[in-house]
Design a protein around this ligand. Structure first.
Ligand SMILES: [Fe+2]
Ligand SMILES: [Fe+2]
Length: 297
């Protein structure tokens, strides 16, 4: 059983080290439209972390000093991941909606104010509903933190696996370099959530039963709901739709099954199957990617 060393994490937490990233050389290499579209999704989800945190801090998760100490550093690190992707996309020549802001490697912080405001407004009413639902669940379920930690564990695992898949698929050397730096943070995030989930699920039958039910009925892949469903579907189909992606999906489920109460669960395989059914039932991937290509200046 690996115990997460919170003291060490808090001491070493810092913004992702991007020294030596060749910002000026990004445009020298082709970036596939599918990869750019995944990166835009990843950027938006990383940048949205603070909203997820807002919902959680209104629950009993805020009473636990270990959890709040971790979350304080975690949200800071996620901010810089969003900025790193924002800068990469800008240097690759992608000006994203709604304002097509020009972003470059050393652009002022924070970048893409208009886009982030636009996305948060679009999430709007849905965001309030999920906020109230989170509050309600936390009020009636005394082991809510076990669910929160399990949810966070799978979301960080999705993120970690998606970045590994993008590294495997991409031939852009600077993107690979950037992802390898960011992945180190994601590995620590996942380790914290997993160690908390494991401990909290192990000590309560009710925590295991309710958390398993909630994960199987309420959980959706990381980022679902922040961007339109076809964007989440595109990322999953592109990164996890092939044979290697299926292997990576199975590995995520294997990891989740090690948690107390999760024997036999197939959360990621189920999500992948549902995504591929939606994608193959609609337009081809090439057609879906076409409007995004227009953002390339
Ligand atoms: Fe991140
Ligand atoms: Fe993370």
């Amino acid at each position: 059983m690996d115990e997460f060393d919170l003291d060490k994490y808090l001491r070493v937490s810092k913004k992702v080290d991007l020294s030596g990233v060749a910002w000026g050389r990004i445009a020298e290499h082709a970036l596939a439209v599918d990869e750019a579209r995944c990166l835009a999704y990843m950027m938006d989800i990383e940048s949205h972390t603070i909203i997820f945190l807002r919902d959680l801090l209104a629950t009993r998760a805020a009473f636990d000093p270990d959890v709040t100490a971790f979350l304080s550093c975690w949200v800071y690190e996620e901010l810089w991941h969003g900025e790193a992707f924002s800068r990469f996309l800008g240097e690759a020549g992608y000006d994203l909606g709604p304002d097509r802001e020009r972003v470059w490697g050393d652009a002022p912080y924070p970048s893409r104010r208009m886009r982030n405001t636009w996305i948060r407004r679009k999430v709007g009413a849905k965001g309030y509903v999920s906020h109230v639902a989170t509050l309600g669940a936390a009020a009636v379920f005394k082991d809510f933190v076990a669910l929160h930690m399990t949810w966070g564990c799978l979301n960080e695992l999705n993120t970690l696996s998606a970045y590994h898949r993008l590294i495997a698929k991409s031939s852009h050397p600077v993107l690979v370099q950037l992802l390898e730096r960011i992945i180190k943070d994601e590995r620590r995030h996942f380790a914290f959530y997993r160690s908390q989930a494991r401990r909290r699920l192990a000590r309560s039958t009710q925590a295991r039963t309710v958390t398993r039910w909630a994960m199987e009925h309420l959980w959706a892949p990381v980022g679902t709901g922040v961007r339109p469903q076809e964007e989440t579907d595109h990322v999953i189909a592109f990164l996890f739709g092939d044979e290697d992606g299926l292997t990576a999906t199975r590995e995520m489920d294997d990891t989740m099954r090690e948690l107390p109460g999760f024997a036999g669960s197939t959360l990621c395989l189920d999500a992948r199957r549902a995504t591929l059914a939606r994608v193959h039932g609609h337009a081809s991937r090439a057609r879906l990617a076409t409007p995004f290509a227009a953002y390339r200046s």
